[in-house]
Structure formats: structure tokens, C-alpha cells
Design a protein around this ligand. Structure first.
Ligand code: SF4
Ligand code: MSK
Length: 635
């Protein structure tokens, strides 16, 4: 199998091979064959009588020591993955909420409220009084409401209940999957999956749905507060791929998820004193911040920061030999980075108390001294720059233009330039007319198990040819950005006639002088909540529920437990959701059947597992056709 379709990644891999540095692809090769029990979800070590394994071929044991069968093991495994994903997004959201609170009471001076309009819109939505109140008072109430979401309440999670359709909420109530606390439902999931608790696979899976809906609320909180503190994104043009590293600048990569760190690093990197120090150290072009993974998305869409790479290829940024510091917060950061950094002058810098990595420098980051920490981080990078080995520099001269930052507000704003009175009308009219055949949200990662980006690039071509509007978040948008799909030129080249005409009309009305990019970049993984907001607005306008719309989701190269949580709430929200990698469920026919079929009767959404990208696109097109027929539209 080819390792990547991205020539910059391939060039970096070649460099690693030359110098004998092991990358994710080598470590994966060393793991082959991976354990068949694990791959099918048939191993359990939830207690010390185990580990237990079930023979998928029916010859060996069919039960663990306690009597747990394949269905129980697989359902418990999925449920725990969703809980871990929810804990991660929830942790990120809680961090944001604490910072908003500290900002409002004057304890986080580096985090002013930058988007009062967003603060007021969120306050209105969640029932916080706005009229004639001081911004700080509103922010305190919004932050408190957000923090209340984490422990168990009497009522459903506000950030889920106020952002979904009524039909969805009725469905969630009907199946008793309404979460009342983000942390509490994670704890409940851990409880019900521990030794000797829930042994009913369907009940376990419904528990996973409940937890996933808490994940959705966490994502939405994180998006809302990021916009309040750092500004709601609007379309901006930048570049993506390893060619964005600059040999004449101090290069600093920000990697992870939370803009609380990366946004401040970007701000401080623009200070004259910092730039002068970099220049004095010999970096004639000052400081160059580049992004990796979701924190890269956050600063790309708010500050035009170029995206170096994402997900599976994160090590390649160090392999350029021109990276002076890799600064990380949390999530999706390979521990291997610090080993690779050791082979270069690159300083690996951790910043969060819950995410330390051996051999990295730890510069603790707190809201009270954010800019000060950022200055220390940048100074460390400048010192590292002085030790660069020019012989090791190998920056592939490869990058693509990329438009980023299509927040819900930006999309609605662009549409309202076409129709002032009724901004959603152009979108709905074009869906009805078939110019937009359907909508596909691409999300999730790159995995070492798939040739990097191959699924994304093959699927998008099939879908847009058939006039499917593409939204993207997370490392999905990284893949599209690196391959030039987030440009108007890609619209001209790949979009079907109907889609092209719509993207041209909106692009021209928005003053771009050409079409909108082929992919509308909505942000980081937590910003999948933005895609829900647009979809809910359309559903409410049409007076239908989400499970009737010609909207689908796809994670063609998923990796993380967070992706499992997002996929699960996408399905519960009524979206048919494609996975390009088989999750560890095949050991249970019951669980596989529930996730790919039975769940449709309950929520309308379901998983479509298809590793072949062309077949996957065909499957999504036929789902869209079915949904269109259901609405009485031409299919
Ligand atoms: Fe084995 Fe049951 Fe313990 Fe799992 S919980 S390790 S199946 S005894
Ligand atoms: S960073 S979760 S590799 S999308 Fe959000 Fe990328 Fe997947 Fe992490």
C-alpha cells in the first residue's frame, strides 16, 4: 500500500528513510499482523479475571470468564470509546468555559471578549438575559450555564436542547437517551460498562448514544466560547502543506486542539519585540507560525495561519529540519514526536498539566499568565533556531492555496447577499431544484491504515461531480486543503454544473469575483457543531426533521475515540454516516446489525462502512437520492 497521495508527505518520508528515522508508517508495519481479537472487538480486560478473548470463528471460547459474550464485549468497547471521546471534547469545552468565566471576572486579562454579538446570540439562545446588561455580566452567566452542563442536572443539556430540532428532541426523549450532564454521562458510561453491570448490547448502545449527545453538547460549547473569546471566523485565504515552512524564519508549529494556547501564541508572535529577537538571532523573516491538526484549523480560520499538515503526517513537520518548536496542547499528539525532535534541533514543548511527554520541555500554560507563557515558548523556539543544522533542512516546495473559515454566520451572511429578506432561501431553492443534490459533511482524521488522503480525494470528486455540496472540519479539511480542494479553482475544475452555478452566484454576491471554494471549511473537530447548526436551520425552515434531509456525513479515514463519539451523534441526529475504516465491531453480528441497520428505525441515521471510496461515494449518493424522493424532490 502506498503511504500517502500527498507529495510533500512522501518527500518527508523519503528523508526519514534516508536518515533511518522511524515514522508512524514504520511503527505500523512493525505491528502487522494486528491482533484479530482486537480488530473485531473480541477482547476484554475490564477486570482482572481477564484478559478474555472470544473466538470469532466459533471454535474456541464464546464467553469471557464472567460470561460476557461477543455482543456484550463489542457493545461495551464501543460505549467506552464514545465515553473517552466525550471526555476529551468535554474537557476542551470545560477549559473554554472556565476561561470565559475568568475573563469576565477579570482574572484572565489576555482573553478579552472579542465577539460581543456572538456572546449575545448564545446568551439569547440559552435563556440568559441580555437587554441592557453589561457584557461581563452576560459572560459570567453564559460561563456559569456552560459549567453547569458538566455535572448532573435535573434538565437536559442546554447546549443540545437549544440547538436541535423539536423532532430530534422528541426522538431522544422517546428512547430515553437525553443526557443531563457531560461528565456525569461519561461516568455513567464507565459505570455501566464495568465488570458485571450492563449486559444488554442494545441497552449499552443506547447508553453510547446518550453519551454521544453529551459529546455534541461539549463540541457546541467549545465552538461557541471560542468564537466569543477569539472571534467568529469568516472566510480567509491562506496556504496548506509543508511548503508553508520558511527557512528564513523561526518556525513554530502549534498542534493539538484548544485555541486557548495557539491563539495567544499567534498574538504574541506578532509582537515587535519577539520579531526583533528572531531577526537578531538570524531569522531574516521573523517568526512563522504554522498549524497542525485542529488547533491549526482554529488559527487558520481566525488568523490566516497556514496549515503545515495534520493527523497521520504530523511527524513530517519536524522532518523538514526547519521546525524550531513543536508546541502542543492536548489530543492527537503522537508521543513519537519527542523522539523525532531529538534527531533535530527542534524543541518539543508541552503546555498542559494533563499532557506531558517525556523528553519535551514543559512550559505550563495558564489563563492568568497566557501571554507570558507564550513569550517563553517563542523565546525557546528562537534559541532552538540558533542551533539549526542547515544540512538537515529539506522543506518540500509544495503547498496549496486554501480558503478557510466558513462559520455558520459566514455561510448565512454570504447567502443573505443573494437574498436579503430570506437568507436560507437560495440554499433551499437550489436543493429543491437539484442544483445542490445533497450535502456531505466530511470529518475526522487520516489513518495509517489508508493511503493518506486517498479516500478523501476519490470521494470528493465523485460527490461534487454529482452536485453534492461539501462541508469539512478537522483533519478532513486538512486533507482537502493540502490537495487544493479548498479553492475556487477546484470548483471550476470538479463541480457539476448545478453546484458550480450556485457556488458562482454566492461567490460573486459575496464579492469574491469568482465561485466559493469547492469545500466549505467549517473549522476544527468541535466545529462539527457548526454543520449541525446550518442543517437544523434548513430543517426548521422546511418544517421537517434532520432525518429527512438529503444530508450525509463521512469520516473516510477515522482514527480517534472522539471520531467514534462524533459519528455516533451524527447517526443519532439522523445522518447516514460513512466510515472508511472498519471499526472494531465485526465480532458481534448483533452490534454490527444495530449500527448499520436497526438504528435507522430509531433515529433515521445509521453507519455505512465502506473502505472503497468510489463505492462509498455511490452509497452516499443513493442515500441522498432516497432522501430526496422522501421529500418529493427529483432524485
Ligand atoms: Fe473477562 Fe468478564 Fe473480566 Fe471482561 S469483565 S476481562 S470478559 S471476566
Ligand atoms: S485533530 S480527532 S486526528 S480530525 Fe481534531 Fe484530526 Fe482526528 Fe485529531
Amino acid at each position: 500500500m502506498e503511504k500517502s497521495t500527498d507529495s510533500a508527505t512522501l518527500s518527508a518520508i523519503k528523508e526519514a528513510e534516508k536518515t533511518g528515522i522511524k515514522t508512524v508508517w514504520d511503527r505500523y508495519a512493525a505491528q502487522i499482523p494486528q491482533c484479530g481479537f482486537g480488530e473485531t472487538g473480541l477482547c476484554c480486560r475490564n477486570c482482572m479475571q481477564g484478559p478474555c478473548r472470544i473466538d470469532p470463528f466459533g471454535e474456541g471460547p464464546q464467553m469471557g470468564v464472567c460470561g460476557a459474550n461477543a455482543d456484550i464485549m463489542v457493545a461495551r468497547g464501543i460505549s467506552r470509546a464514545v465515553a473517552a471521546g466525550t471526555a476529551s471534547h468535554g474537557g476542551h469545552a470545560k477549559h473554554m468555559a472556565h476561561t470565559l468565566f475568568k475573563s469576565a471576572i477579570g482574572e484572565a486579562p489576555d482573553y478579552p471578549i472579542r465577539d460581543e454579538a456572538k456572546l449575545k446570540a448564545v446568551a439569547n439562545r440559552i435563556g440568559v438575559k441580555v437587554d441592557n446588561r453589561d457584557v461581563r455580566a452576560i459572560a459570567i452567566d453564559v460561563a456559569k450555564k456552560a459549567l453547569e452542563e458538566f455535572s448532573e442536572k435535573e434538565s437536559p443539556l442546554t447546549w443540545a436542547a437549544t440547538t436541535m430540532t423539536k423532532g430530534r428532541i422528541d426522538t431522544f426523549l422517546k428512547y430515553n437517551v437525553v443526557p443531563t450532564g457531560i461528565d456525569s454521562v461519561v461516568a455513567e458510561s464507565m459505570h455501566r460498562t464495568t465488570y458485571g453491570v450492563d449486559a444488554d448490547p442494545v441497552n449499552l448502545l443506547l447508553g453510547a448514544v446518550k453519551c454521544a449527545l453529551a459529546d455534541y453538547a461539549g463540541c457546541h460549547i467549545a465552538t461557541d466560547i471560542a468564537d466569543i473569546l477569539f472571534g467568529t471566523p469568516h472566510p480567509t485565504l491562506t496556504r496548506a502543506n509543508l511548503g508553508v515552512l520558511n527557512k528564513d524564519a523561526v518556525n513554530i508549529a502549534v498542534h493539538g486542539h484548544n485555541p486557548l494556547l495557539s491563539d495567544i501564541v499567534v498574538q504574541v508572535a506578532g509582537e515587535k519585540d519577539m520579531i526583533d529577537r528572531a531577526k537578531t538571532a538570524g531569522a531574516s523573516e521573523g517568526i512563522n507560525i504554522v498549524g497542525v491538526c485542529c488547533t491549526g484549523n482554529e488559527v487558520m480560520m481566525r488568523h490566516k495561519i497556514p496549515l503545515a499538515t495534520s493527523s497521520v503526517s504530523q511527524e513530517t513537520v519536524i522532518l523538514t529540519g526547519a521546525l524550531d518548536a513543536m508546541v502542543v496542547d492536548y489530543q492527537c499528539i503522537m508521543p513519537a514526536l519527542s523522539n523525532i525532535a531529538e534527531c533535530y534541533h527542534t524543541k518539543m514543548i508541552t503546555t498542559m498539566p494533563i499532557a506531558k511527554i517525556p523528553k519535551a520541555v514543559h512550559i505550563e500554560f495558564s489563563e492568568a499568565n497566557a501571554k507570558e507563557s507564550a513569550r517563553r515558548i517563542i523565546s525557546t523556539a528562537i534559541e532552538a533556531f540558533k542551533k539549526r543544522d542547515p544540512n538537515k533542512i529539506n522543506i518540500p516546495d509544495i503547498s496549496s492555496a486554501a480558503f478557510a473559515g466558513f462559520s455558520t454566520e459566514a455561510i448565512i451572511g454570504a447567502l443573505s447577499l443573494v437574498n436579503k429578506e430570506d437568507s436560507l432561501k437560495p440554499l433551499i431553492d437550489n436543493i429543491v431544484a437539484g442544483n445542490i443534490y445533497g450535502v456531505c459533511l466530511f470529518a475526522g482524521c487520516n489513518t495509517v491504515k489508508v493511503t493518506q488522503d486517498a479516500n478523501y480525494t476519490a470521494m470528493i470528486k465523485e460527490l461534487v461531480k454529482n452536485n453534492v455540496l461539501i462541508l469539512a472540519t478537522g483533519c478532513a479539511s486538512g486533507a482537502f486543503a493540502r490537495h487544493g480542494f479548498m479553492t475556487p479553482e477546484a470548483t471550476e475544475k470538479y463541480a457539476g454544473n448545478g453546484l458550480k452555478a450556485v457556488l458562482k452566484a454566492v461567490g460573486q454576491a459575496a464579492g469574491l469575483g469568482g465561485p466559493l471554494p469547492l469545500v466549505l471549511h467549517m473549522g476544527s473537530c468541535v466545529d462539527n457543531s457548526r454543520a449541525v447548526d446550518v442543517t437544523v436551520a434548513v430543517a426548521n425552515k422546511l418544517g421537517v426533521d434532520l432525518n429527512m434531509l438529503p444530508v450525509v456525513a463521512s469520516a473516510p479515514e477515522p482514527v480517534t475515540e472522539k471520531a467514534v463519539a462524533i459519528g455516533t451523534w451524527a447517526v443519532a441526529s439522523g445522518l447516514p454516516t460513512h466510515l472508511g475504516v472498519v471499526p472494531p465491531v465485526l465480532g458481534s453480528k448483533t452490534v454490527t446489525q444495530v449500527l448499520t441497520s436497526t438504528v435507522k428505525e430509531l433515529f433515521g441515521g445509521y453507519f455505512i462502512v465502506e473502505p472503497d471510496p468510489v463505492k462509498a461515494a455511490e452509497a452516499l449518493l443513493s442515500v441522498i437520492a432516497e432522501r430526496r424522493r422522501g421529500l418529493g424532490l427529483s432524485a
